[in-house]
Ligand binder design. Structure first.
Ligand code: BTN
Length: 319
């Protein structure tokens, strides 16, 4: 399947017989392979009578040398197609030292929070995992997922000039639509050495509609009206990440709290918060020093913290 994808990579038209000749199969077989390429890699292949097949967008593959400029001394692994960069990062930990970075052009089982799928079409978006050693005790990761939201919003602003907002705890939105998600996973024994795998997915050049996304989404290219340079984005996000992780380690999340607050999408909104089986209705006041959300509930300010919490706008089914 990869051979066919690479033949189509430049976004030009290729006839079925041309492709068949190059791959040594019949025209009919090409039609089937095109369907499989689309399914396996999440790309859109257009079929135009009289012209042939073409990708809806040319492929731009990640260049390691450019990305490495952000962190010259760190190991960076780039894969063409893997299940999930977070899973791959965990596996690499058995043979490599952290910190390290894992990137992929395509994830066949990209994972989101709360067991959701993260749609990861080939060479269109950013799928990145950063493995960070937890050397200062678990306080080191208080508020970390919120801090990473600030990192993503800053990288978006730096590269495109577009303003992103943050929805607690760590969804990144543009104009109310989700553009990026963050999935943190702790690996190892918290009493001994453990690591946190910081998984970041940013919709960069995805423009087609996918049935797999059950919430309103956007991509940076949709917002900008032009194609995003993915390796430059990867480089920018790694530069920001290195700078903010340093702050987190030295001063904790409280040093970034006000920056998060400035980007807060739902401040002052009436919301419902799902905590386990309970639903709390309140008004968003802000966030606290460990990344908790502060809600005004029945006239009383309460703080909520936890990975499995979800926040929804009252009377709104968006996530
Ligand atoms: C969310 O549900 O908002 C979190 C999405 C996180 C997606 C990223 S993509 C890179 C890394 N690998 C995964 O499988 N998931 C994260």
């Amino acid at each position: 399947m990869r051979d066919l994808l690479m033949l189509l990579a430049d976004g030009g038209f290729y006839s079925g017989s041309d492709l068949g000749r190059q791959l040594g199969v019949s025209r009919a077989a090409i039609w089937k392979r095109v369907q499989r390429v689309a399914d396996e890699y999440g790309v859109t292949v257009q079929s135009v009578p009289g012209k042939g097949y073409r990708l809806s967008q040319p492929l731009q593959l990640l260049n390691k040398d450019i990305i490495q400029q952000a962190l010259p001394s760190l190991p960076i692994f780039i894969y063409e197609s893997i299940a999930s960069t977070n899973d791959q990062a965990k596996q690499l930990l058995s043979s490599h030292n952290a910190p390290m970075v894992v990137l992929a052009e395509h994830q066949s089982q990209g994972r989101g929070r709360r067991g959701r799928e993260w749609v990861s079409p080939f060479a269109q978006n950013l799928y990145l995992s950063f493995v960070w050693p937890v050397t200062e005790g678990l306080n080191q990761i208080d508020g970390l997922s919120l801090l990473v939201g600030v990192v993503v919003a800053k990288a978006i602003k730096r590269l495109s000039g577009v303003d992103a907002q943050l929805k607690w705890p760590n969804d990144v939105l543009i104009g109310g639509r989700k553009v990026a998600g963050i999935l943190l996973e702790l690996v190892g024994d918290p009493v001994e050495l453990c690591h946190v795998v910081i998984g970041i997915g940013v919709n960069l050049n995805m423009v087609d509609l996918f049935n797999g996304i059950d919430q309103e989404w956007t991509s940076l290219s949709k917002e900008m009206g032009s194609v995003v340079n993915r390796e430059l984005f990867a480089k920018t996000i790694l530069e920001e990440l290195a700078c903010y992780l340093d702050k987190q380690k030295k001063y904790g999340f409280s040093s970034v709290r006000s920056e998060w607050d400035e980007l807060h999408a739902w401040k002052g909104e009436s919301v419902s918060l799902h905590v386990g089986n309970q639903i709390v209705i309140g008004r968003v006041v802000g966030i606290a020093d460990k990344g908790e959300i502060c809600l005004l509930v029945d006239g009383e300010e309460r703080k909520y913290l936890g990975g499995e919490l979800s926040l929804r706008l009252h009377n709104d089914s968006r996530n």
